[in-house]
Write a protein that binds this ligand. Structure first.
Ligand SMILES: Cc1ncc(COP(=O)(O)O)c(C=O)c1O
Length: 409
């Protein structure tokens, strides 16, 4: 693991950081590259020497990302993060496909997508008249490919796109992306996959997978926040969301941030080179964490696919009956342990996670859920700290009941 290159406690202080799926510490190699590039001048679009130097950084980064992810350099479109790339994919594909043939108004999207996809799809339904079909998942969080097949075969000519994430950010379940591509391809329907959580943790081969567009985000792989990429096949049309200088093959405008792009490239390169080792190391820490939680709180329910290979190695999601997720989170935070709930706050009231609801978890149980996510700086000591804390914290949250539930009005 990369931990050894950090002086102990530098990245997270004395705190126990179990929220790598939210954002993971920037790799030391990335800090060096970004800092060096920030000291240099030049807009990559300028024709003079400084501009050409910045352009060289961008193009070398593009080549390196493409090589690490099984793509061609011309297929990498840099964006300001995963949210922008998801919006560009979903809206851009929809607009391009419907413009080419007005019958194409249906979007088939998994019910467990990140909000960057979910809300882009909902917006297309509300503002552009898209007809959305949410693909159901089983109790492990996996898309039912038979439902997808039936939905496409019912009227292939009316489908604008399919969007199914590579791996889920809340429960870690890996989706059957290749099977989905086979079904969609046969009918000429493009597939977008949000691979934000997958890239540093699973071997991701853009070309080999057959997806038409794929989202990557810097800060989930040890790179900077605010940079990402949409990998798009050259023969796939995408209508831009941002208009301006047309920097990225006229699909995405905006001055490229050469420093962040360079940092993204180093992060992707390092993370993908370490996948085999980190899957084993992070996976064994995750197993220890699951064991400790289940031993201490026997009625906790683990959400997601428990089989290795069926889920990301670093994510463990639990429901704690009789507890409120936010209360648990704040009690753990007070003890220096950081994790997350899957709930979104709507008007001050915690809404249960749409992912857990789609998996058939009841709203009450979903409200009592926490996600622990491990990564490249995680240690045995982190797991031991949670193992000591979780029992008393669950007891306190149960004793407090709903009376002290934050956010409940
Ligand atoms: C699956 C998934 N997609 C998209 C995003 C958004 O990426 P970004 O934070 O780079 O905008 C996230 C971030 O949590 C994510 O987990």
């Amino acid at each position: 693991m990369v931990r050894a290159t950090y002086p102990e406690g530098v990245m997270t202080g004395a705190r126990v950081y179990l929220d790598h799926a939210a954002t993971t510490p920037v790799l030391p190699e990335v800090v060096d590259v970004v800092a060096a590039r920030l000291r240099m001048l030049g807009n990559p679009s300028s024709l003079h020497a400084s501009g050409r130097a910045a352009r060289k950084v961008v193009e070398e980064s593009r080549e390196s990302i493409a090589a690490a992810l099984g793509a061609r350099p011309g297929e990498v479109v840099f964006t300001a993060g995963g949210t922008e790339a998801d919006n560009l994919a979903v809206k851009g594909l929809f607009w391009a496909r419907r413009t080419a043939d007005p019958r194409r108004s249906r979007i088939l999207a998994s019910a467990v997508e990140h909000h960057a996809v979910l809300d882009a799809v909902r917006w297309l339904a509300a503002a552009e008249g898209a007809a959305v079909e949410w693909l159901p998942v089983d109790r492990l969080g996996r898309v039912d490919v038979d439902v997808l097949r039936a939905a496409i075969e019912r009227d292939p000519a009316s489908v604008a796109l399919v969007t199914v994430m590579w791996a889920n950010n809340e429960v870690g379940t890996v989706q059957p992306v290749e099977e989905i591509v086979q079904i969609a391809r046969r009918q000429g329907v493009p597939v977008h996959s949000d691979a934000v959580q997958a890239v540093a943790h699973l071997p991701v081969d853009f070309g080999g997978s057959g997806v038409d567009a794929m989202t990557v985000s810097g800060h989930k792989v040890g790179g900077p926040v605010g940079v990402g990429a949409l990998l798009v096949r050259r023969d796939v049309d995408v209508v831009p969301v941002l208009h301006g200088g047309g920097q990225e093959r006229d699909v995405r405008s905006g001055t490229l941030d050469a420093a962040s792009v360079a940092g993204l490239a180093v992060a992707v390169e390092v993370a993908t080179a370490c996948i085999a080792r980190s899957t084993v190391e992070v996976g064994s820490l995750r197993d220890a964490l699951v064991f400790a939680v289940m031993e201490t709180v026997p009625d906790a329910v683990r959400n997601g696919d428990p089989h290795p290979g069926g889920a990301l190695a670093g994510i463990a999601n639990f429901s704690f009956p009789g507890c409120d997720g936010e209360s648990l989170l704040l009690l753990l935070d007070a003890l220096g342990i950081e994790c997350s709930t899957g709930s979104a706050c709507s008007a001050g009231v915690a809404e249960p996670s749409h992912v857990l609801l789609a998996m058939g978890v009841s709203p009450e149980t979903a409200r009592g859920s926490l996600r622990f996510s491990l990564g490249h700086t995680s240690t045995v000591a982190d797991v031991a700290a949670l193992a000591r804390a979780i029992g008393p914290v669950v007891e306190r949250a149960r004793a407090a009941g709903v009376i002290n539930r934050p956010g409940v009005r």
